[in-house]
Design a protein around this ligand. Structure first.
Ligand SMILES: [Fe+2]
Length: 402
């Protein structure tokens, strides 16, 4: 076994350093457009400077790449980069940032490169056991680069996966490691912000894939899905070992939007209710028509017991996690802290005005992502990476009082 490179961190190591709140500085050498779409951050966002690689080389002027970086860093970055703390260099694949890290070290900065860059960061998954009783186990699976959350529910070896993300091998390996038999794979809705791993995971493990039929028609193209799926229906029950998972059809974010209530205690809210905000109802192009549905659906969820643990499909920011690292909150607490939920308690007219005033920009790639999730197109790996660049924006602006 070779010793780990002291000048290079894996993305998993980077996540640990960030979550521990270590004093780091990030130099991101991707182009400005890529950087604007999303940066690496843990529970807190480290101070970050973006200087594209080619600008560094051009300004450095030397033929030798490392020497060019050294000249530029010594001359132009002396008052921009801190001394005495690790400078973490990041690029798209980890190659050019390795050259920058070497040049920085030659100029006297303690630089460390991130292996695999943001591409590796985008395929990093972490898991956290939310429930770990002898019978029932629930894991929250996070993909930090996208702020996406998915869940594995297991009881007596039977398992079910909710909203799996694109890198399905991760779930297959996880199930194998814990001796789980995945029988069902459920999507809370046809996602627009990320490529679903649902159909592929179901196929890989011989499980059934489930989606609400209203979401099996592209809302903008008005074309039917070509993927095969079992239709979800309101009040349907999935038995997982001795646990029961109930389907709640809660249209609004999409027409076929669903949430799942496990044993009356844990609400997998998908993209309806988040910790700090609520879902946007405009991604199908029908904000005004769908907002009253969203209003009714949120009120249906609010009628659940206050101690229901809400487990969302997205995190707006890594800082939304509690001290235990879990993204979630008791419904009673969210009724007080979550502005969208407070607005949902009011009249439909006020709620509509609030929604229409709070909609973030519509990301154009979301139309294409939904096509892919319905099987209407098949993006290759490079295109998939482009479509999923940066953070999701499935929520209204986060206005959590927490
Ligand atoms: Fe969504």
């Amino acid at each position: 076994m070779t010793a780990p490179d002291p000048f290079e961190w894996t993305v998993a190591a980077l996540k640990n350093h960030l979550d521990a709140g270590e004093d780091l500085f990030v130099l991101d050498v991707r182009n400005r457009e890529e950087f604007a779409a999303g940066r690496v951050e843990g529970r807190t966002a480290p101070p970050t400077l973006n200087i594209p690689y080619f600008e560094i080389l051009e300004a450095g002027g030397a033929d030798d790449l490392v020497e060019a970086v050294k000249i530029y860093a010594g001359r132009d970055l002396a008052d921009k980069l801190p001394r005495g703390k690790p400078i973490v260099t990041v690029c798209a694949r980890g190659g050019t940032s390795a050259i920058v890290a070497e040049g920085l070290r030659a100029a006297g900065f303690p630089a460390v490169n991130v292996a695999g860059g943001t591409q590796a960061w985008g395929s990093l998954y972490t898991s956290l056991a939310l429930v770990n009783s002898p019978a029932l186990k629930v894991w929250q699976v996070a993909r930090p680069a996208r702020g996406c959350l998915s869940y594995l529910v297991a009881c007596h070896g039977d398992a079910l996966v909710i909203d799996p993300l694109r890198h399905t091998d991760w779930y297959v390996s996880f199930a194998r490691r814990y001796g789980l038999l995945i029988r069902s794979v459920l999507d809370t809705h046809a996602h627009a912000d990320h490529l679903s791993g649902g159909p592929a995971l179901a196929k890989a493990v011989g499980a059934t894939y489930h989606l609400h039929p209203y979401d099996a028609i592209h809302p903008i193209d008005v074309l039917p899905a070509t993927i095969s799926y079992e239709p979800l229906r309101d009040r349907q029950i999935f038995n997982v070992g001795t646990s029961r998972l109930e389907v709640l059809h809660i249209p609004g974010h999409t027409l076929g939007n669903t949430a799942f209530l496990l044993d009356g205690k844990y609400l997998f809210s998908g993209d309806s209710l988040f910790v700090g905000s609520i879902a946007r109802p405009d991604l199908g192009g029908h904000a005004e028509a769908w907002t009253p549905l969203h209003h009714d659906s949120l009120r249906r969820l609010m009628a659940l017991p206050d101690d229901t643990l809400v487990l969302p499909g997205h995190a707006a920011s890594p800082g939304e996690a509690g001290a235990d690292g879990v993204f979630g909150g008791r419904l009673g607490g969210l009724k007080r802290s979550n502005e969208g939920l407070r607005k949902a308690a009011g009249s439909g007219k006020e709620f509509l005005a609030y929604i229409l005033a709070s909609l973030p920009e519509f990301p154009p790639q979301y139309v294409e992502i939904k096509r892919a999730n319905l099987g209407l197109i098949e993006p290759d790996e490079d295109r998939a990476g482009e479509l999923e660049l940066g953070k999701n924006v499935c929520a209204l602006e986060s206005r959590c009082a927490k």
